[in-house]
Ligand binder design. Structure first.
Ligand code: FAD
Length: 452
């Protein structure tokens, strides 16, 4: 049994926890990071599968994500742009692959007009939302009691317009069925990226990647902390009081004046808090749940779609894989496609055998790129739902009505305990950028408190 004493204990070696630990170190405080897994990075995980480097977790960086961009620069990492030359593909209700350029899907002129009008309405609503405090909007309660689907259906009878508007925050972001979260939650998702229009602009939201993989961010942050990052140490018990905390894993005890819990909120209840957390936290944490998406990687001898003048960017609210992109690595001759299967489609796929799943997903990709898509040399499904220390993807969001009811207490400290995670961010919500922002915030608050 190892016993350690530090100024601050950090639980979780994801982007949030490692950012906080580095900030605290810079301020001259002693830290230790306890991580449940045998690796750092949490939802950032770059690995080589059958000879192909894959981004199993988060990977894209968008131009508004200052905190992430600054961190990438500071760590000496390089970025490259997602391949986007040529035509994108859209499949509508007719099941036919239509080529298009620009942001608007090739839909009937009437549908296009409706999408443009509702987008304008949404942008105006989003502009009124402070992503750090969406619950303070005067209409927060009202917007939190109507589902995203119901609100859209009240704007128009055009089913294709509704599906296309719905999926930007639904299948593509919160990865929950659109009846399962509120209009307010959807507006927060858009506000966290600056506007609804930004969110639907793939060239904005999926702009750049890091050469060598985004997991290098947590890997390099952890390197700086050296032996103060302990792997294979799930925190089982956290005693807390006026003097600080005592944390127990199976083999380590840490005493510290402050603690930062840097995990997805759905995992807080894996820790026994002694005494228990206040009732407000007990309630609040039960109204957050993870979305669910399968990220599918298919690697080919060459990026064959480029030869057909395709960018690789593909969308369809009618397809099993509702979006897919060219995800070829920097300086790689082989071509990689990445597709996503979200919420109920993902549930359904996991009732099938691995072979059937692969067949169904590749069939869907072939609708966008042609029959060659059916024969990758490497095929892999990121299955975060079965990861004990994550339990879904990409992140957690509130159920209907939960955001305005409990959102205000998401980041409220409990005695010496603070919470930090991408899933409680304003700007960069559900993204690495938000994780870094929350890590910085928790560290800054502790530094400030110790100065007093
Ligand atoms: P996490 O990364 O979840 O870190 C929490 C850590 O705590 C984990 O390492 C976990 O093992 C550990 N832990 C949990 N419980 C305990 C315990 N009891 N004791 C000790 N340790 C514990 N974001 C983007 O910006 N761009 C993208 O393109 C993108 N794509 C994504 C694709 C996928 C498939 C997924 C899953 C996520 C994606 N995201 C993306 C989201 C992004 O990866 C996350 O928002 C971010 O990495 C979360 O960081 P975090 O530090 O807040 O939490």
């Amino acid at each position: 049994e190892q016993e350690l004493t530090r100024d601050v204990l950090i639980v979780g070696a994801g982007a949030a926890g490692l950012t906080a630990a580095n900030e605290l170190r810079k301020a001259g405080l002693s830290v230790v990071v306890l991580e449940a897994r045998d690796r750092v990075g949490g939802r950032l995980w770059t690995d080589v599968i059958d000879g192909a480097m894959l981004e199993i977790g988060g990977q894209w960086v968008s131009p508004d994500q200052d905190a992430l961009i600054e961190t990438i620069g500071e760590l000496g990492l390089e970025t490259f742009s997602r391949y986007r030359e040529g035509d994108s593909v859209y499949i509508g209700p007719d099941g036919v692959a239509h080529r298009f350029t620009g942001e608007m899907f090739p839909v009937a002129p009437e549908t296009e007009k409706i999408i443009a009008e509702i987008t304008e309405r949404l942008d105006a609503m989003v502009a009124e939302i402070d992503p750090d405090r969406p619950w303070e909007h005067p209409r927060a309660a009202e917007w939190d009691s109507v589902s995203w689907d119901a609100w859209l259906r009240a704007q128009t009878d055009d089913d294709e317009a509704v599906r296309n508007l719905a999926f930007a925050t639904g299948s593509a972001m919160l990865t929950k069925p659109t009846h399962a979260f509120s209009l307010l939650q959807s507006l927060l998702m858009a506000a966290s990226a600056g506007s609804y229009s930004n969110l639907v602009d793939a060239d904005f939201i999926l702009d750049k990647r890091v050469v060598g993989g985004l997991q290098q961010v947590p890997l390099r942050l952890a390197e700086r902390l050296g032996e103060d990052v302990l792997l294979n140490q799930p925190v089982r018990t956290l005693e807390w009081g006026d003097d600080g905390v005592v944390a127990h894993t199976d083999s380590v005890t840490v005493r510290a004046r402050h603690a930062i819990i840097a995990l997805a909120p759905v995992l807080y209840n894996r820790i026994s808090f002694v005494p228990p957390l206040p009732r407000r936290q007990h309630q609040l944490h039960q109204h957050l749940s993870m979305g669910f998406v399968i990220k599918v990687h298919a690697v080919y001898e060459r990026p064959f779609w480029r030869e057909q003048g395709l960018s690789g960017t593909a969308f369809s609210p009618y397809e099993l894989s509702h979006e897919a992109y060219d995800n070829t690595n920097h300086d790689d001759e082989r071509g990689t496609l990445v597709g996503f299967v979200s919420d109920q489609n993902a549930d359904d796929l996991f009732t099938l055998s691995a072979e059937e799943r692969r067949e169904r997903i590749l069939e869907s990709l072939s609708h966008y790129y042609g029959p060659e898509a059916k024969n990758p040399i490497v095929y892999y499904e990121s299955d975060w739902g079965s990861e004990e220390w994550t339990r879904g993807a990409y992140a957690a969001s509130f159920d209907m009505g939960g955001l305005h009811r409990y959102g205000g207490d998401l980041r409220t400290p409990v005695g010496p305990i603070r919470f930090a995670c991408s899933d409680m961010a304003g700007a960069g919500y559900q993204h690495v950028d938000g994780a870094i922002r929350m890590g910085r915030l928790a560290a800054a608050q502790i530094i400030e408190q110790l100065r007093q």
